[in-house]
Design a protein around this ligand. Structure first.
Ligand code: HEC
Ligand code: HEC
Ligand code: HEC
Ligand code: HEC
Length: 396
C-alpha cells in the first residue's frame, strides 16, 4: 500500500523530470488549490475581524469621549467604574428595558427590522433616517445617585454618507459635554472635517434647549452667536446642516426626548426651566434656523413618485437597474440622486424645468441637494426648505 502514502507519492512526483507534463500540471493544480483555499479562508476569516474592528472603533470612541470630558477621569476614579452604566431604552416611552447584555444591541439591524423599528413620518424625519429602532443603548455615569454624564448614540444623513456620533450631555441634561463623530464618509477636506478635534471642541458648553424646553441647538453658517449655536464648517453647508438636524432629531420627541424628560424627574435633575441659564444679554435671538421643522403636508391626491413613473410606462428596473432592493433597504441619498439624474439629466437641467417657480426649489443657496431631500420614490415627499422657510412647496 506504499503507493497510497502521500509522502511517497509526493517524493515520486518531485522525482519526475521538470519538463514532464504531469509535473507541470501538478504544480499548476497545487498553486490553484492553495490560492483558492487561501481566498476562501481570508473572506470567511475577515468578516468577523471587520465586525470586531468596527466594534473596537466604537468602544475607542466612547472611551475617547469619556476621556475628553473635564474632570471625568477623577469622577470615575472616585466613584468607581461601576458608576458607568449601559442601559437599553424604549425610546417611545423613555423607560429602561431590563436585558442581560445591553451592549449586544445592534441599532442598525433593529432599525432595518420592521418589527423592532418604527417608520418616521416625513415631517419628523429631519435626520433623514426613515426608520428608527424602537430601542437604543445609552451610557450613564452617576455619582451619589446623581447623573453626571449621559452619553447618547446618534446618527443621521450628512451630504453623502451616514454620520454616526456620540453626544454627551452633562448632568443638567441641557449642557453639551462633548460630541464625538466616529463614522462618516463626507467630502474629504470639507464635510469630513467634522471628525477634527478642533471642530468638535466647539460643542462642549453649548445648550440644547431653552427655558421652555424647546430644542434650540443648531449648527449655523456665518458665525455662531448665543448659547445654542455651533459654527458650521465653511464650504460644507450640507454636512453642517446634516449634523444639526441629526442632533435636533435625536434630542426631540422621536429621539431621546421622552428619556430626557423621565430622567429629569426620576434623577431629580432640574428641568431646563429651573437650570441656571445664561444672562439675558448673552442670549441672541435665533435666526430663522431655529424655527421647529415644519413640513408642507403631503397631498394624498398625489400618488407616490414611483407609481407616477410607472404611469409614464417606466418599470421598477428603470430606476433599480442593478437589482430591486429588498423591502426596507436604505438607499443612500447620493445613490438615489444618481438614479434620478440618469434620466433627468443634470442639476442645471432640473433647475431649468422649475425656473418659473419662485423661489426655485432646484436652485437655492443650499446648492445641489440630493433629490431625496425632497422627492421620495415610495414615501410621502418632504419639503426640505420648510425646516427654515415656509414657501408652501408641493413636492411631487
Ligand atoms: C422613480 C424611480 C423608482 C422607481 C420607478 C421605483 N423605485 Fe424603488 N426606490 C427608488 C428610490 C429613489 C428608493 C430610495 C427610497 C425612496 O426614495 O423612497 C427606492 C427604494 C426601494 C426599496 C427599498 C426601500 C423601501 O421602501 O422598502 C424597494 C424595496 C423598492 N424601491 C422597490 C421598488 C419596486 C418593486 C418598484 C417597482 C414597482 C420600484 N421600486 C420602482 C426609486 C424608484
Ligand atoms: C428611467 C428614467 C427615469 C428615472 C430613473 C427617473 N425619472 Fe423622473 N420622470 C421620468 C419621465 C419619463 C417622467 C415624465 C416626463 C417628465 O416629466 O419628464 C418623469 C417625471 C418626473 C417628475 C414629475 C412627476 C409628475 O408627475 O409631474 C418628477 C418629480 C420626477 N420625475 C422625479 C424623479 C426623481 C426624484 C427620480 C429619482 C428617484 C426620478 N425622477 C427618476 C423618467 C425618469
Ligand atoms: C428642495 C426640494 C427639492 C429637491 C432637493 C429636488 N426637488 Fe424636484 N421639485 C421640488 C418641488 C417643490 C417641485 C415642484 C415645483 C413646482 O411647484 O412646480 C419639484 C419638481 C420636480 C420635477 C417636475 C418639474 C416639472 O416640470 O414640473 C422634476 C422632474 C424634479 N423635481 C426632479 C428633481 C430631481 C431629479 C432632483 C435631484 C437632482 C430634484 N428634483 C430635487 C423640490 C425639490
Ligand atoms: C437650515 C436652514 C435653511 C434651509 C434648509 C433653507 N434655507 Fe433659505 N435661508 C436660510 C437663511 C438663514 C437665510 C437668510 C435669511 C435672511 O437673510 O433673512 C435664507 C435665505 C433664503 C432666501 C432669500 C431670502 C428670502 O427669504 O427671500 C431664499 C430665496 C431661500 N433662502 C430659499 C431657500 C430654498 C429654496 C431652500 C430649500 C432648497 C432653502 N432656502 C432652505 C436658511 C435656510
Amino acid at each position: 500500500m506504499a503507493f497510497l502514502n502521500p509522502l511517497t507519492l509526493w517524493r515520486r512526483f518531485l522525482a519526475l523530470p521538470n519538463e514532464s507534463r504531469a509535473k507541470t500540471f501538478g504544480v499548476a493544480l497545487l498553486v490553484a488549490l492553495v490560492s483558492a483555499g487561501a481566498v476562501t479562508v481570508a473572506s470567511v476569516a475577515l468578516r468577523p475581524i471587520q465586525q470586531e474592528n468596527a466594534d473596537r472603533q466604537r468602544q475607542e470612541r466612547l472611551a475617547a469621549i469619556l476621556a475628553a470630558v473635564p474632570d471625568l477621569a477623577r469622577i470615575v476614579g472616585e466613584a468607581g467604574a461601576d458608576a458607568l452604566e449601559t442601559r437599553l431604552v424604549d425610546l417611545a416611552t423613555g423607560t429602561f428595558v431590563d436585558v442581560e447584555a445591553p451592549t449586544d444591541f445592534d441599532a442598525r439591524a433593529a432599525a432595518a427590522d420592521p418589527l423592532r423599528s418604527v417608520a418616521l413620518p416625513s415631517g419628523a424625519d429631519i435626520a433623514g433616517i426613515r426608520r428608527r429602532a424602537s430601542e437604543a443603548v445609552v451610557h450613564l455615569l452617576t455619582r451619589d445617585d446623581r447623573l453626571v454624564l449621559l452619553v447618547l448614540p446618534v446618527y443621521g444623513s450628512g451630504y453623502q454618507s451616514t454620520i454616526s456620533a456620540y453626544l454627551a450631555l452633562e448632568g443638567d441634561l441641557v449642557t453639551v459635554a462633548a460630541l464625538s463623530v466616529y463614522d462618516q464618509g463626507e467630502t474629504p477636506g470639507l464635510g469630513a472635517r467634522i471628525e477634527e478635534a478642533a471642530w468638535q471642541a466647539l460643542w462642549p458648553g453649548t445648550r440644547i434647549a431653552d427655558e421652555t424646553g424647546a430644542i434650540r441647538i443648531a449648527v449655523v453658517r456665518d458665525g455662531a452667536t448665543g448659547p445654542y449655536e455651533i459654527d458650521g464648517i465653511t464650504g460644507a453647508t450640507r454636512t453642517s446642516a446634516g449634523i444639526s438636524n441629526m442632533v435636533r432629531f435625536w434630542l426631540g420627541d422621536w429621539g431621546y426626548g421622552p428619556l430626557l424628560e423621565n430622567l429629569r424627574s426620576v434623577l431629580g435633575v432640574a428641568t431646563p426651566a429651573e437650570a441656571p441659564i445664561a444672562a439675558a444679554d448673552d442670549v441672541t435671538p435665533m435666526p430663522p434656523v431655529a424655527t421647529p421643522p415644519e413640513v408642507a403636508p403631503h397631498t394624498p391626491a398625489l400618488a407616490l413618485l414611483a407609481e407616477r413613473h410607472a404611469a409614464y410606462g417606466l418599470a421598477c428596473s428603470s430606476c433599480h437597474a442593478a437589482e430591486i432592493p429588498a423591502p426596507g433597504t436604505t438607499i443612500a441619498a447620493n445613490l438615489s440622486t444618481t438614479i434620478c439624474l440618469d434620466c433627468h439629466g443634470t442639476f442645471a437641467a432640473v433647475a431649468a424645468r422649475t425656473a418659473a417657480v419662485f423661489p426655485n426649489p432646484h436652485a437655492s443657496h443650499l446648492g445641489d441637494l440630493a433629490c431625496s431631500s425632497c422627492h421620495r420614490a415610495h414615501q410621502a415627499p418632504v419639503d426640505y426648505c420648510s425646516q427654515c422657510h415656509s414657501f408652501g412647496f408641493r413636492v411631487p
